[in-house]
Design a protein around this ligand. Structure first.
Ligand SMILES: Nc1ncnc2c1ncn2[C@@H]1O[C@H](COP(=O)(O)OP(=O)(O)OP(=O)(O)O)[C@@H](O)[C@H]1O
Ligand SMILES: [Mg+2]
Length: 361
């Protein structure tokens, strides 16, 4: 008998504690659809303490009307459970979250109540969208690499044959073989860029600002009248492990794009900050170095935004569209992330480089 009692006690103790540990937000509503219970996850999701939530009609919490009263009343009457995905809760002006909702009936002190389970999904959605973009980018890059590789092999033969042929020709005829050699060299150059970086990075600890200063010194003397540069560095940023040459190349591609977009009129800001708790490629990173390159130019053309990092995507008449794809590869080689946001007058490319890793999510 005492055994049974202790099992009951254990069960009760778990029942009392578990709602506090759940990541899913749980609310209990009474027959007036007022909140009678909210677990800590619900307090966090709704950004209100239990004291503020207690006895509040559910509808008062939202600016919009995400959960229809009729459906809740119907649930009280008939016990008919329902669930909805992609429910948008507008908690404050300009603050919306997307949740998955499960509503079911519970009886409490012999009276019907409603149990609501709310699971936030917008963070998960962002991660999924990012992973999808990454996969797409990888397939496009692999396709182009395969193609480039196939072009590169016969190009060597073509150039060699033209060289041999030129020995058989008169001076004036050699003009043609020179043209073949010149064009073959141009194509080899392009194909090498298409193939992308082929060496593993040589990682050592550096101060990120030394790289940015090198870039600043290269570009400010390089026929860039009309463009002013602002350096906004966080001097407390710890050293980061990276390959100096590769990071320089990645950053230079981005800075050059900003310079080209500004057309001799505007400002480029090189900004560094520490960033905490970021997700890179599905992994939670505790501390990152954030490097931003910001310009006040016209913004990225809308039609190339979704595929911006793909190879051969360019908004310029004479662009090869390889700069950002190469930067992306180089930054991935560092376990980092390249992202952007853009509107007319403000374009920001952000590079995140991990400083302190944390266990996989
Ligand atoms: N800061 C920016 N402002 C406006 N548009 C930009 C900016 N950065 C990139 N872009 C757009 O993104 C396109 C792709 O850039 P990317 O560097 O990959 O290729 P590209 O500059 O066209 O050619 P490449 O770098 O190979 O010479 C550019 O053509 C441009 O239209
Ligand atoms: Mg470019």
């Amino acid at each position: 008998m005492s055994d049974t009692k202790s099992v009951k006690q254990i069960k009760l103790a778990y029942q009392q504690r578990i709602p506090n540990q759940l990541v899913t937000a749980v609310l209990v509503l009474d027959q007036n659809l007022a909140i009678q219970y909210a677990n800590p996850a619900a307090e966090a999701l709704l950004i209100r303490s239990f004291n503020k939530l207690y006895n509040q009609p559910l509808a008062n919490l939202f600016i919009n009307d995400p959960i229809k009263q009729e459906r809740l009343n119907q649930l009280l009457l008939s016990g008919q459970e329902f669930s909805d995905s992609d429910v948008i809760l507008e908690l404050f002006v300009n603050y919306k979250i997307t949740i998955e909702l499960m509503a079911s009936a519970v009886t409490f002190e012999d009276l019907p109540h409603i149990l609501l389970e709310l699971k936030q999904i917008d963070q998960q959605k962002n991660i999924n969208a990012e992973a999808f973009q990454h996969q797409q980018w990888e397939s496009a890059r692999d396709l182009i690499r395969g193609l480039a590789h196939e072009i590169k092999n016969p190009l060597g033969g073509l150039r060699g044959a033209a060289q041999l042929l030129s020995k058989e020709l008169t001076q004036s005829q050699q003009e043609y073989t020179e043209m073949i050699i010149e064009q073959a060299d141009r194509l080899t150059n392009l194909v090498d860029r298409l193939l992308g970086p082929n060496q593993l990075p040589n990682m050592t600890q550096h101060n990120i600002h030394s790289v940015l200063e090198k870039i600043y010194n290269v570009v400010r003397f390089d026929n860039n009248e009309g463009i002013s540069f602002v350096r906004d560095y966080d001097p407390s940023l710890p050293e980061v492990t990276f390959d100096d040459d590769k990071l320089q190349q990645a950053l230079l591609n981005i800075v050059n794009n900003a310079i080209q977009a500004l057309e001799h009129n505007g400002t480029i800001t090189l900004k560094t900050r520490a960033a905490t708790n970021k997700t890179i490629n599905g992994k939670r990173i505790k501390l990152c170095a954030s490097i931003c390159i910001i310009d006040n130019g016209p913004g990225i053309p809308t039609k190339i935004r979704d595929t911006l990092f793909y190879p051969m995507v360019s908004g310029k008449t004479n662009g090869t569209g390889l700069g950002l794809s190469i930067s992306q590869t180089l930054i991935h080689q560092h376990g980092g992330k390249l992202s952007y946001s853009s509107k007319p007058g403000y374009t920001e490319f952000e590079i995140l480089l991990p400083i302190i890793n944390e266990a996989s999510l």
